[in-house]
Design a protein. Structure first.
Length: 292
């Protein structure tokens, strides 16, 4: 970037071209999001201020953002923001970036007919977007959220505070059901819902992931053994003893795991019914299983 006076439109056009040269998948969108973030404007406001000059105080940090993006740092980690269920959430390298498929997980819970008051357990809460979104939509529900990563729980708690949900969500540290078992020694606390977006990528698929994902997002939230089912297998086997009568287990799976997951559920006599839902790409990605 030379010493000329840069307008918003010039800066966007230059950045788009630079991103294209470096193989960034969504060059226009990324350029707009990063510049809007830096100038503290919306993308629409950028278009309304196309002729506005951008001075050195913003050019220097924008140049740094560009360098990080062409090194494939995800845009959400550069802005520390990700929209989920029409809400803004804080994200950084300690947590997985929420995906649109996970919104379907929340929407499926909200559209399933239930009693007014429900007790819900989220396993592997990460950034806390599922627990927080549900707490906002269903303030009368009792929600517990666990994660094996203490640093991820810090992010989840930050998001709960931002959305004024701290008193509605109990965060616990530990691996899957372990923190529940530690406080529920009498086995008298059971849940109407158990929800999880588990890691499900095979170790052997590491090289097939985009560098944005592979090199930056937390491995513990991505990979689940040689078949990608290590956590899902535990989830299906252990959930029934923590579900109330008529309780439901809902979780996300990889796009090629439907048949394997069906076999795992069929092998567990505890479940009375189950259903697989397709995502926006017509892939079976959401599993909903119920106990009697």
């Amino acid at each position: 970037m030379s010493n000329k006076i840069w307008r918003v439109v010039d800066l966007l056009d230059w950045t788009v071209g630079y991103f294209q040269q470096h193989g960034i998948p969504n060059p226009r969108l990324d350029a707009e999001v990063l510049l809007a973030h830096l100038l503290e404007k919306t993308r629409l406001q950028l278009y309304l201020h196309f002729e506005m000059p951008v001075f050195q105080e913003h050019l220097t940090p924008f140049r740094e953002l560009i360098k990080k993006r062409i090194a494939h740092t995800p845009v959400s980690y550069l802005t520390n923001r990700k929209e989920f269920m029409s809400l803004d959430f804080y994200v950084d390298e300690r947590v997985l970036i929420p995906r649109p498929e996970t919104e379907q997980l929340v929407e499926t819970i909200l559209t399933t007919k239930t009693e007014n008051s429900q007790r819900l357990l989220e396993l592997g809460t990460g950034s806390g977007v599922i627990a927080t979104s549900l707490a906002l939509q269903q303030p009368e529900w009792e929600i517990v959220a666990t994660d094996i990563s203490e640093s991820a729980l810090t992010v989840a708690q930050k998001n709960a505070e931002t959305h004024a949900c701290t008193e509605r969500i109990k965060f616990l540290s530990g691996d899957l059901f372990e923190p529940i078992e530690a406080i529920n020694t009498n086995r008298n606390t059971r849940f109407d819902w158990i929800v999880c977006n588990p890691p499900y990528v095979k170790n052997t698929e590491r090289d097939t992931l985009s560098p944005d994902v592979r090199d930056y997002e937390p491995e513990i939230a991505l990979f689940a053994g040689d078949d990608g089912l290590v956590v899902i297998r535990r989830l299906i086997a252990e959930a029934p003893k923590h579900l109330a009568p008529g309780g439901k287990l809902i979780f996300e799976i990889g796009e090629r795991q439907a048949d394997s997951v069906r076999a795992l559920i069929d092998a567990e006599s505890t479940y009375c019914t189950y259903e697989l839902f397709k995502d926006y790409a017509e892939k079976e990605r959401i599993v909903l299983a119920s106990v009697p």
